[in-house]
Design a protein around this ligand. Structure first.
Ligand code: UT7
Length: 346
């Protein structure tokens, strides 16, 4: 795993395919049933279906029912991932979210309890839209350190609870949803093996995407805010360079990449990064149209759509990349496994 340029020489394996790796074994998702169209938002906001589609690629997004929590979505996605992997128990659970139902405690122990995992270690990771990559890297680290043989990585968000419904610059972008993967101990030669990670952050950009804290709230200002244009440019730059680093670590040339799955924030950003990476245009996965930006949940949701749609095939060289608040960014390279995603709605 690369955090930054290392001063330590990597260990060379005689048989690279035999080296230990965390392997993706199952994929689950859960979406709220309620779909909010662009037209329905345009009834009370100064926006239009045309503006939203052209600028973002979004046609509709899901909104959790008032009695459905982030934790409910997380539990359903986690249970579905276990079913997809054909297993009933894991050794640890890592949950990525920036929209917890409560500030304290973390939601992961409740998710572990509700999906029947008993006393396993369980904790939340908060890296905003990079959360799934950060949580996956953390889980892979638990496996490579010998702490766990299998980890349930879950990403769940309810941005509808933190976005100002009267702010057209954010209300049209975000949606609710959850996705999860099961990772197990395996080898680098197996389909599903996670082969490289790249993680980074820049706290100097902490105000670019944020929800004000209790002590810094201006009158009534409790909502999520994002400096869209600044984020747009930075997201393209950081996702491109981060994805390039994992491709270099794997010695993958761009034309050999079968699937490029970026955080689904904006179709134009996905196209721009794919273009800069020079991966085949058919490799770029864009599944934002029906779900919008689901923050940490966007990559596993897109992976499930692309697998079901046949665009992501077993053995495909797959590059994941994300950028979000913090600022944070991260990428992962893996070969895609043979699996059937399990999905549900609540
Ligand atoms: O998930 C975490 C990471 N997030 C991202 O990566 C999101 C990155 N940013 C973006 O995707 C884009 O910047 C946005 C979709 C947020 C905005 O698109 P843009 O092409 O960058 O538009 P803009 O912010 O430059 O705004 C252009 C115009 C402005 O009006 P003026 O100043 O030109 O008169 C905005 O006020 O569009 C206006 N505008 C809207 N108009 C209609 C902003 N939101 C809307 C809206 N409907 N919903």
């Amino acid at each position: 795993m690369r955090m930054h340029a290392s001063e330590f020489a990597p260990v060379a394996w005689k048989e690279p395919d035999a080296r230990p790796a965390a392997v993706v074994a199952g994929l689950g998702t859960c979406l709220p049933r309620t779909e909010i169209s662009n037209a329905s938002l345009a009834e009370h906001l100064d926006t239009s279906d045309g503006w939203i589609r052209t600028r973002t690629g979004i046609a509709s997004r899901r909104r959790a029912a008032p009695d459905a929590s982030m934790t409910d979505l997380a539990c359903a996605a986690a249970a579905n991932a276990l079913r997809s992997a054909g297993c009933t128990t894991v050794d640890a659970l890592v949950l990525a979210t920036t929209t917890p139902d409560r500030p304290c405690p973390a939601a992961a122990p409740e998710v572990a309890h509700r999906v029947g995992q008993g006393a396993i270690p369980a904790f939340d990771v908060s890296a905003v839209c990079s959360g799934f990559i950060y949580a996956t890297a953390t889980a892979a680290g638990l496996i490579s350190a010998g702490i766990a043989d299998s980890v349930l990585v879950t990403a769940a968000e309810t941005y509808s609870r933190i976005v100002d419904p009267a702010d057209r610059s954010t209300a049209v972008l975000f949606g609710d949803g959850a996705g999860a993967v099961v990772l197990r101990r395996g080898t680098a030669g197996e389909p599903g093996a996670l082969l490289a990670f790249d993680l980074g952050s820049d706290g100097g950009g902490r105000d670019v995407i944020h929800v004000p804290g209790e002590r810094e709230r201006p009158e009534g200002g409790r909502w999520f805010t994002m400096a869209g244009r600044k984020v747009y440019l930075r997201a393209i730059e950081q996702m491109t360079s981060s994805a390039q680093r994992v491709m270099k670590d794997c010695a993958w040339s761009p034309e050999t990449v079968g699937a490029f799955v970026a955080h689904q924030a904006n179709a134009r950003i996905i196209d721009a990064v794919a273009d800069r990476l020079q991966v085949p245009s058919a490799a770029a996965v864009c599944e934002i149209a029906r779900v919008g930006n689901t923050a940490a949940a966007s990559i596993p949701l897109a992976l499930a759509d692309a697998t079901e749609g046949g665009r992501l095939k077993p053995g495909d060289r797959t590059v994941l990349t994300a950028f979000g608040g913090g600022l944070t960014w991260g990428s992962a390279a893996l070969t895609w496994p043979r699996l059937t995603p399990v999905r549900s709605e609540i």
